[in-house]
Design a binder for this molecule. Structure first.
Ligand code: C2E
Ligand code: MG
Ligand code: MG
Length: 321
C-alpha cells in the first residue's frame, strides 16, 4: 500500500578489443559504479586511472596490514600547553598521541590523514586503534614508573567513529587498562563530530561508559562537522578542540576570529574546556589568550615528538590549572 521511490547508479565501460575476458569488463564496471555512487549525476564512465588507483589502494592496504603485524608503526606525542604566554616554553598539561607510518621504500612518514581513511574502509581500523591505545598505555605506565615527577601528563588518543561503534570496543579498552594498570584519568579520547550522524544512542552509551570509568572526552576538529548544539548539551564531553582551519586564517579573515570567539564562549557557557589546534604564530597565541582560550597546541610550542623527546619535556608538565 506504499509508494516506493527507487533510484539507480550506473557504471559504464566502453568495451573494446583490448578486453579479452568478460570478468575484466565486469571488474571495471564495478570500479566505475563505485565512483558513480559519489556523483550527483549517478553515473560514471570507467577510466584506466581508476584501475591504477584501486591497485594502489590494495597494495597500501596490504602494506598497512603487514606494518601492524610487524609493529612498524610509531606514536608521536604533541604537547598540549596552558596558554599562559606566547613563549615556546609554556607549561605542558598533556600530549596528543599521533600515529606515524613509514611504508617500505618511502623516505618520510605518510600522513595519517591519508591512511586512516583507508583503514576505516577496511577492517583495519579497530586493529590500528587498539594497537595505538595499547602502545600509549604502555608508554604512560612506563613514564609513571620511571619519572620522579609528581605530575605526569594526560595523553589524548584519537579514535575513529567506526572503531567506537565496534561491539567489542569497551571490552578491549577495559582489558588494556587492566593489563597496563593505567588510570582512566590519565587519558582523554578524541572523537570527531561526524560520530553524531545517524543513530546516536549507542554512541552516547559508549561515551557515557568511558566517562564513568574516568576517561575524558574531547570533540576534535570542532566547527567543521555537524554538531548540533542540542547534542553538545546532552553529550558526555569535557573538551572542545577548535579546528586548525579557524586558527590558520584568524588574521586574514576576521570571520574566523569571530567564530573562534564564539566557540570559546560556547565552551564557557557549557562548562567545557577548550583547546585551540594548529597555533603557529605568536599573534595567534596572543589573540587566543585575549579571547580566554585556556589551552593550545601547535608548531609554535612544539611539533609532534617521538617518545624520548616527549619524555625530555616531562619536567615542564604541570597540573591542569
Ligand atoms: P588531529 O587529531 O586533528 O591532529 C592534529 C593534526 O595537526 C596532526 O596531524 C598534527 O601533526 C597537526 N598539527 C599540529 N600542530 C600543527 C600546526 O601548528 N600546524 C599544522 N599545519 N599542523 C599541525 P597528523 O599527525 O598528520 O594527523 C592528522 C589526523 O589524523 C589527526 O588530526 C587525526 O584525525 C588522525 N589521526 C592521527 N593519529 C591517529 C590515531 O592514532 N587514530 C586515529 N583514528 N586517527 C588518527
Ligand atoms: Mg586529534
Ligand atoms: Mg584536530
Amino acid at each position: 500500500d506504499h509508494e516506493i521511490t527507487m533510484g539507480a547508479y550506473v557504471g559504464v565501460v566502453l568495451a573494446d578489443s583490448s578486453y579479452c575476458h568478460a570478468e575484466h569488463v565486469l571488474r571495471d564496471t564495478s570500479l566505475a559504479l563505485i565512483q558513480a555512487k559519489q556523483k550527483p549525476e549517478g553515473w560514471c564512465v570507467f577510466q584506466p586511472e581508476m584501475h591504477r588507483r584501486a591497485l594502489h589502494r590494495l597494495t597500501l592496504e596490504s602494506q598497512l596490514r603487514q606494518a601492524l603485524r610487524q609493529q612498524q608503526l610509531q606514536i608521536f606525542y604533541q604537547p598540549i600547553v596552558a596558554l599562559t604566554s606566547v613563549s615556546a616554553a609554556v607549561p605542558i598539561v598533556g600530549y596528543e598521541a599521533l600515529v606515524r607510518w613509514q611504508p617500505e621504500g618511502r623516505s618520510d612518514f605518510m600522513s595519517p590523514a591519508d591512511f586512516i581513511p583507508l583503514a576505516e574502509e577496511s577492517d583495519l581500523i579497530s586493529q590500528l586503534g587498539n594497537w595505538v591505545f595499547r602502545r600509549v598505555c604502555e608508554q604512560l605506565s612506563q613514564w609513571h614508573q620511571t619519572s620522579s615527577l609528581k605530575q605526569v601528563p594526560f595523553v589524548s588518543v584519537n579514535f575513529s567513529a567506526r572503531h567506537l561503534q565496534d561491539e567489542q570496543f569497551l571490552q578491549q579498552i577495559d582489558t588494556v587498562l587492566k593489563q597496563t594498570q593505567v588510570q582512566p584519568s590519565w587519558l582523554k579520547f578524541e572523537i570527531t563530530e561526524n560520530l553524531l550522524i545517524g543513530d546516536t544512542q549507542p554512541v552516547f552509551k559508549t561515551l557515557a561508559q568511558l566517562r564513568q570509568w574516568g576517561i575524558q572526552i574531547s570533540i576534535d576538529d570542532f566547527g567543521t562537522g555537524y554538531s548540533s548544539l542540542r547534542y553538545l548539551k546532552q553529550l558526555p564531553v569535557d573538551t572542545l578542540k577548535i579546528d586548525r582551519a579557524f586558527i590558520k586564517d584568524m588574521k586574514s579573515d576576521r570571520n574566523n576570529l569571530k567564530i573562534v570567539e564564539a566557540i570559546v564562549q560556547l565552551a564557557q557557557i557549557l562548562d567545557l574546556d577548550v583547546v585551540a589546534e594548529g597555533i603557529e604564530t605568536k599573534w595567534q597565541a596572543q589573540q587566543l589568550i585575549e579571547l580566554g582560550c585556556r589551552y593550545g597546541q601547535g608548531y609554535l610550542f612544539s611539533q609532534p615528538l617521538d617518545s624520548s623527546a616527549a619524555w625530555s619535556l616531562l619536567d615542564r608538565v604541570v597540573e591542569e590549572p
